[in-house]
Ligand binder design. Structure first.
Ligand code: G6Q
Length: 538
């Protein structure tokens, strides 16, 4: 494979050599040699305790990783992003999701124009609408208040809203129902609406482009479902609102632009949950708590922008990811939140990280000769412990883990929270230090079995400890990962902000749809594809 500047650089080669050294070392030994290790490799900022001392690193490694960040001009790229430069070069767009959560007096420029007044105009419009719905003042066509909110959207127009609702439903009114329809599979629509009364239901059609097949099909079905009961077209205005950047298409669908909440092309889909895509979240938790969530995001935006590299949590997260992926050959990253409300958080991060950094061509159009986009996956603890953790503990692969926990529970039922957090801490400890053959034998295990009970240890993890799952802390967590993705993309010299693969998905099925629907259409694919189409037609 062609060499690239990155892998030919002196620092990359030094990191390569460093990784050989670390592979021969162990976390047990590293902790023994440096009693201050946890102080050296943990950070406390913005109410977040970030312990990365159980990563397979030493001071030299971190020094080299920071040098790599400087060499790859992470700071310069970050400054360009915050300055509204069109760093999404393949789409010629600025990347300014940070403006969505900045205070009104901040300044974010796109083409020389400050976008903050527009951002806050939309926020005010969302606030007025959300509060009306929450107070029961927004009435349906028959005069009843709205009880059910159904968000129709997919990808970036779904994963943020559904994750945020699940994460924050403790703060939502218990007499309101929130549903999320994304899949083109009619079962998604049918199950989400089967127990709802159209008179009390509001649909939020969330689509940046307002042309996405899944969302438009579900929105048309919703309209039919609604009109079966409401009968009168004029009632649609009270039950359908749109979140989009495409006014013309929204109008074509029959939604009054008055009931449309806009956003901008400098907000990528997977970075859009703090744009008006967050409307369902605001209705669920109210505008005040929504404001606190925005504040959490903003605090981390500022931390990322201003904290020195050595103390910059998202920067360190991003660099550790590079280290694990490119130098220790750990190609996946487990996200293990020890909070059941965060059950959709791994799925949300999957899109954020993998859609962003799933690229094989550099910004200069060169094919890379190194791994990019780490595979993110996960489940909440303790459930995962009773299934896939086996492979993390004793399998042949290296799987770095991010543990996320809160000191206080939102439902302090004794003794659940102590047990939950004890499990989280114990897992990190066991992964790092394992159990030696001598220890197993010392426990009285007979020799023939002892080998099976050995835990090699040396399996890296980081732990994030926060006070409590509040809207503000959720905002902080998401922003940490957003910026860590940015750091990874900058080091790999790729564009984390386009998504050509997803765009391809949007057109691929278009050819086959008429072939399935009309049996007489000639089909001309490969033999396997033809057979599948024939089978469906029969
Ligand atoms: C996100 C992606 C993608 C997008 C969906 C929905 O970054 O581009 O997941 O959000 O395809 O697109 P629309 O919002 O345009 O319907």
């Amino acid at each position: 494979m062609k060499k690239t500047k990155l892998t030919e650089s002196a620092v990359w080669k030094k990191l390569d050599r460093q990784s050989q050294k670390i592979k021969e070392d162990s976390l047990r030994a590293l902790f023994e040699r440096n009693p201050d290790r946890v102080k050296d490799f943990s950070l406390q900022s913005q109410g977040i305790y970030f312990d990365y001392s159980k990563q397979l690193i030493d001071k030299e490694t971190m020094g080299l990783l920071l040098e790599l960040a400087r060499e790859q001009k992470v700071k310069e790229r970050m400054d360009a992003m915050f300055a509204g430069k069109k760093i999404n070069s393949t789409e010629n767009r600025a990347v300014l999701h940070m403006a969505l959560r900045a205070p009104a007096n901040a300044e974010y420029l796109v083409d020389g124009k400050n976008v903050m007044p527009e951002v806050h105009q939309v926020l005010s419009k969302m606030t007025a609408f959300a509060e009306k719905v929450r107070n029961g003042q927004w009435l349906g066509y028959s005069g009843k208040p709205i009880k059910n909110i159904v968000n129709i959207g997919i990808g970036g127009s779904d994963l943020g809203p559904v994750m945020a609702y699940e994460a924050l439903k403790h703060y939502a009114p218990s007499d309101m129902v929130f549903r999320f329809i994304s899949n083109i599979d009619g079962s998604d629509f049918a199950e989400a609406t089967k127990d709802l009364d159209p008179e009390e239901t509001l649909f939020i059609v969330a689509s940046k482009t307002f042309t996405t097949l899944e969302t438009m099909t579900n929105a048309q079905t919703a309209r039919k479902w609604f009109l079966e009961k409401a009968r009168n077209e004029s009632s649609v205005a009270k039950h359908f609102v749109a979140v989009s950047t495409n006014t013309a298409e929204v109008q074509k669908f029959g939604i009054d632009p008055e009931n449309m909440f806009g956003f901008w092309d400098w907000v990528g889909g997977r970075y859009s949950m703090t744009s008006s895509i967050g409307l369902s979240t605001m209705i669920a938790i109210g505008s005040e708590l929504y404001g606190e969530m925005l504040k959490g995001f903003h605090l981390i935006d500022e931390h990322f922008r201003n904290a020195p590299f050595e103390q910059n949590i998202p920067l360190i997260m991003g660099l550790l990811n590079i280290w694990n992926n490119n130098f220790l050959d750990a190609h996946t990253q487990a996200i293990l939140p020890y909070d059941n409300y965060l059950k959709r958080f791994p799925a949300y991060l999957q899109q954020l990280t993998m859609e962003s950094n799933g690229k094989h061509v550099t910004l200069d159009g060169e094919t890379v000769n190194y791994q990019t986009g780490t595979i993110y996956w996960g489940e909440p603890g303790t459930n995962g412990q009773h299934s896939f953790y086996q492979l993390i503990h004793q399998g042949t692969r290296l799987i770095p883990c991010d543990f996320i926990g809160f000191k206080q529970s939102l439902n302090p039922l004794k003794p659940h929270h102590d047990y939950l957090i004890a499990n989280m801490i114990a897992q990190g400890e066991a992964l790092a230090f394992g159990k030696t053959l001598e220890e197993v034998i010392g426990e009285g295990i007979e020799e023939s079995l002892a080998q099976h009970k050995v835990f090699e240890g040396n399996r890296p993890s980081s732990t994030f400890f926060l006070e409590k799952l509040t809207p503000e802390n959720l905002g902080k967590l998401i922003a940490l990962y957003e910026h860590s993705v940015f750091v990874q993309g900058a080091v790999w010299n790729i564009n984390p902000f386009d998504q050509m693969g997803v765009e391809l998905g949007k057109v691929l099925a278009q050819k086959i749809i008429p072939e399935l629907m009309n049996k007489s259409t000639q089909i001309n694919h490969d033999a396997s594809t033809n057979a599948l189409i024939e089978l469906f037609r029969q």
